[in-house]
Design a protein around this ligand. Structure first.
Ligand code: FES
Length: 353
């Protein structure tokens, strides 16, 4: 069960003009709860003047070994979003020693270290979870190799430039690094331009044996992830080998209007306790549950982070959009509560499964 804990900020490192890395200290008694897999994220919460903001940020630090202690520190990357309430606070106000409420790790954009070749296509801040994935994999599995293809505007706007260069120095044989800058001339021989579908369809087979890659990790803005997935599918890569995490969704992505049947109710089980409540017209099932159980887990409310994942025990729902659950999860019966609307009069969700 996801829980918030106040964690002290141990470091604020400026990465670029518009991004920072925040490091939190995890006290010994919470290390097990904050144990994470490479690629997971943390929801951060800020409550001021009666309003609450939650945002999810990916962990960039390596994951702890399964047989060792949980992490003593956690580092996340935060990029400034135009008008973004939390990112503005993180970049301009947070100081060492401040406490921030941090939710225990979540997310299924993860890699279980194994021998073989893995690859990632990332754009902008999409490097953040992949940095944790690459560093954990290469440290833990000597027979693993990784090809990292990253796109950004300029070298100066590229997050974790040094950290990635350090990894390349440490594992020159096992890490292949390709950086594509869209607004900067590069040295001869290096690709430039945008990482769109056409470009990737050309570039990927030239860089690595596409059919031998055990897992692909795509992370960044919606357009990049969608283009990379289409390029890979076009190159014959099975869907099950492609993992995706979307950081920003264009507002152009449609969400259908919602209308629940009259008198519909949702029954939800959460942290071992259940309840049944009437659904108000137009609201998501998460909002129905939250009115009665403020401890229900969520972060983005936009279908992106997956924190509100619940098992649909009975009834039928319609999801507006889903950028977080993999096909196997929806087939197994999981839904995003923040995007779900009741189709049947009775719907039963289990947040504990
Ligand atoms: S709260 Fe993020 S997907 Fe529902």
């Amino acid at each position: 069960m996801a829980r918030f804990h106040p964690l002290p900020v141990a470091a604020v490192d400026r990465l670029t003009d518009d991004s920072v890395a925040l490091t939190f200290t995890v006290p010994p008694e919470l290390r097990e709860e904050f144990r994470h897999a490479p690629g997971q994220h943390l929801a951060l919460r800020r409550r001021t003047d009666g309003t609450e903001i939650r945002r999810t940020y990916s962990i960039c630090s390596p994951a702890p070994a399964p047989d060792g202690d949980g992490p003593s520190a956690l580092r996340v990357g935060v990029r400034l979003v135009e008008g973004g309430a939390f990112s503005t606070y993180a970049l301009k106000e947070v100081n060492i020693g401040d406490e921030i409420e941090v939710m225990t790790p979540a997310g299924r954009f993860t890699l279980d270290p194994a021998p073989g070749l893995f690859a990632a296509v990332v754009g902008g801040s999409g490097i953040t979870p992949v940095l944790s994935i690459v560093s954990t994999l290469l440290a833990r599995e000597p027979r693993a190799r990784f090809c990292l293809i990253r796109g950004d505007r300029t070298a100066a706007s590229t997050m974790f430039l040094e950290e990635v260069a350090d990894l390349k120095d440490r594992y020159p044989e096992r890490l292949q690094l390709v950086t594509v800058l869209s607004r900067e001339e590069q040295q001869a021989g290096l690709p430039s331009g945008r990482l769109d579908r056409e470009r990737l369809a050309e570039l990927l087979p030239a860089l690595l044996p596409v059919d031998q890659v055990a897992g692909w990790f795509l992370c960044g803005p919606f357009g990049l992830v969608e283009g990379a997935e289409k390029a890979l599918r076009g190159l014959g890569v099975e869907k099950s080998r492609i993992h995706q995490e979307i950081f920003h969704v264009d507002s152009a992505v449609p969400a259908e209007a919602a209308s629940a049947p009259a008198d519909s109710t949702v029954t939800a089980r959460l942290d071992g306790r259940g309840g049944t409540w009437p659904v108000r017209d137009g609201e998501s099932l998460l909002d129905t549950v939250l009115r009665n159980r403020p401890d229900a887990p969520y972060a983005c409310k936009g279908g992106v982070c997956g924190t509100c994942r619940a098992f649909l025990v009975s009834g039928e729902v319609r999801m507006d959009r889903n950028f977080a659950l993999e096909a196997e999860e929806t087939e197994a019966g999981y839904v995003l509560a923040c995007q779900s609307h009741a189709v049947t009069e009775k719907v039963e969700l289990d947040f504990d499964r």
